[in-house]
Design a protein. Structure first.
Length: 289
């Protein structure tokens, strides 16, 4: 008899109404391809899909848990925290592994990386640090958003003179402030287990999710790899979101290391199949670790 296939619990919210994206299509495609395996490559898996609220009660019956398009965990933060705690305590294999230092842990990394001199959109979380941001002569508006946020929830725009009051009115350390940079475009770099896979960009800033293929330069890849290496995730998919500033510099917008949407439908077939193969290989590598 042949050996049984590894069993994966694939966590996704198929009904989540994401703006400009269809989470369900991506996860239906990915699970179908992972189930059958890659011709000439990694073997398949036995897969069950579940809602994120059910993951903790089901995960003991599987060899690994794959967290994919599960939606913003703010909607069920207590249950997500309980899942993390239980998975760590039981030594459950989780993909992405639960050691992420970026969005997986909130947005504290943005002011931290700003203070460290990394190429990120300048970000502070205290009124006392507002002098670290470019002043009102440089930008007419600033972005104020929750540190624990996603999908632009709670985001607003303020003039410079309103920033101090906004930060002092909120609980300490709960808000982020950034200049509203008139960037040329946004670009995303996608990695599997720290290895670059592909890049997409939004050539029109007002249409964030109208993406097209992007051919990165060596400097672009060096920029993105720097943040992936900083995050030290051995097993996981990461999406490095950046913007091209008016002076041509790339600045980090977000490092998504929890459940990044992949926009696989926008890739040509060879690129999509290459990603599936890399993902399947990475999952087998996790199971063998």
């Amino acid at each position: 008899m042949s050996a049984p296939q590894p069993r994966l619990l694939y966590v996704t919210d198929l009904a989540y109404p994401a703006r400009g994206r269809r989470y369900c299509d991506e996860d239906i495609f990915l699970t179908s391809r992972l189930r059958e395996g890659v011709p000439g490559g990694p073997g398949g898996f036995d897969i069950a899909l579940c809602h994120p609220l059910d993951a903790a009660s089901l995960m003991d019956s599987f060899d690994a848990v794959v967290v994919r398009n599960s939606g913003p965990v703010l909607r069920y933060q207590d249950r997500y925290d309980a899942f993390r705690e239980l998975a760590v305590r039981r030594g459950t294999r989780v993909y992405n592994e639960l050691t992420g230092r970026a969005d997986m842990a909130g947005k504290q990394y943005l002011p931290d990386l700003t203070a460290a001199g990394m190429p990120v959109i300048p970000t502070v979380d205290r009124a006392a640090d507002l002098d670290r941001l470019p002043g009102p002569d440089a930008y007419a508006e600033y972005v104020v958003k929750p540190k624990l946020g996603a999908d632009s929830i709670g985001l607003r725009f303020l003039p410079h003179e309103g920033l101090g009051d906004a930060l002092r009115a909120a609980a300490p350390g709960t808000l982020l402030v950034q200049p509203r940079i008139p960037f040329r475009y946004e670009v995303s770099f996608y990695f599997v287990d720290a290895a670059f896979q592909y890049a997409l960009y939004a050539p029109r800033p007002e249409e964030r999710w109208v993406l097209e293929p992007y051919l990165p330069t060596a400097a672009d890849l060096e920029f993105a790899q720097r943040f992936v290496d900083w995050n030290t995730i051995g097993h996981g998919i990461q999406r490095v979101d950046a913007c091209r500033a008016p002076d041509g510099e790339l600045l980090l917008v977000e490092l998504e290391d929890l459940n990044p949407y992949l926009s696989l439908d926008l890739l040509d077939e060879p690129a999509r199949e290459s990603f599936v193969s890399a993902f399947a290989t990475a999952l087998h590598r996790l199971l063998d670790s």
